[in-house]
Design a binder for this molecule. Structure first.
Ligand SMILES: NC(=O)c1ccc[n+]([C@@H]2O[C@H](COP(=O)([O-])OP(=O)(O)OC[C@H]3O[C@@H](n4cnc5c(N)ncnc54)[C@H](OP(=O)(O)O)[C@@H]3O)[C@@H](O)[C@H]2O)c1
Length: 262
């Protein structure tokens, strides 16, 4: 299915999914521009909440599971303890609020649905994620790169999330809400230093800063560490520590020569 299939129309979705005769649907479509969501509230709610609700109803009618990808931004980040699935979400941005509404609707409408909350996704295939932007700055020879120390999350390689989702469907994971992110939390600044080291750049170019030095239209959740014990206990796949996942991810890319060294 493609972009034109993202419609808030249950009957259309039912027909479209029936036509491809699939065993499950995975919804990765979302309004992900956190700042623009503050001024494009209807559009963000349409894609992040209303569309998944229709998709959940359509897949429920077809008696197939829906995997819906959600985000750590459903939490404010005001608690410094790791967040469990049973913790009450308290989103502080339109993006987080609309994604939470999507989660609730999906779980209400399809009992086979799996909501996979994840965090800080990255892959070398995207130019817009944090490692890709940092790598471009390093390769351009930038000598001072300010990175915030007060934003904390769980960096998770996108292919690992894909593997976790595929395996969940393959092993018939029960419907419900799961935190599917790497273990361990890190600040953006320490993550940047780690990336410099494994890519062979001097990590001293990373200069510590804080969010108070930046103004952004949408408030950001500062400290969200997703506790993934429920997903681990389900025994589908082991979500490793973010550092181990990172080393493995970049090593695999280098071995396959899909990325140039340093
Ligand atoms: N990136 C992260 O760090 C992160 C963290 C936690 C959770 N997530 C969740 O992971 C999922 C994927 O995020 P991502 O970072 O990969 O985002 P992304 O690169 O922005 O991808 C979003 C997808 O949604 C599609 N889309 C956006 N607006 C659309 C519209 N109006 N109609 C149809 N399709 C539309 C985009 O299509 P086009 O490519 O055609 O624009 C794109 O395929 C989302 O559910 C997000 O909430 C992401």
């Amino acid at each position: 299915m493609n972009r034109s299939d993202v419609r808030v129309d249950q009957d259309f979705l039912h027909e479209r999914i029936s036509a491809v005769a699939c065993d499950a649907v995975i919804n990765c479509a979302a309004w992900t521009n956190v700042d623009a969501a503050e001024t494009h509230v209807n559009e963000a709610w349409s894609i992040n909440a209303k569309f998944p609700a229709c998709l959940a109803k359509a897949t429920d009618r077809l008696k197939i599971p829906l995997v819906h990808i959600s985000t750590e931004a459903v939490f404010s980040g005001k608690s410094c303890s790791p967040y469990k699935e049973s913790d009450t979400p308290d989103p502080i941005s339109v993006y987080g609020q609309s994604k939470l509404a999507g989660e609730v609707a999906v779980l209400e409408e399809n009992s086979r649905a799996i909501v996979a909350r994840t965090s800080w996704l990255y892959s070398a295939n995207s130019s817009s994620n944090f490692p890709s932007r940092l790598r471009s700055q390093l390769r351009a020879g930038q000598t001072e790169i300010p990175v915030v120390t007060d934003v904390i999350g769980n960096p998770t390689p996108a292919p690992l999330l894909a593997h976790a989702v595929g395996s969940s469907l393959w092993f018939g994971l029960s419907g419900g809400l799961y935190h599917v992110a790497c273990q361990g939390a890190v600040s953006k600044c320490d993550w940047a230093k780690h990336l410099c080291t494994i890519w062979g750049f001097d990590s001293r170019v990373i200069v510590k800063t804080t969010t108070s030095d930046f103004r952004s239209p949408a408030p950001r959740s500062l400290h969200v560490d997703l506790n993934n014990a429920k997903f681990r206990a389900a025994g589908v796949i082991e979500m490793p520590h973010w550092k181990e996942a990172s080393l493995r991810y970049w090593h695999d890319l280098w071995s396959e020569r899909k990325i140039a060294e340093a």
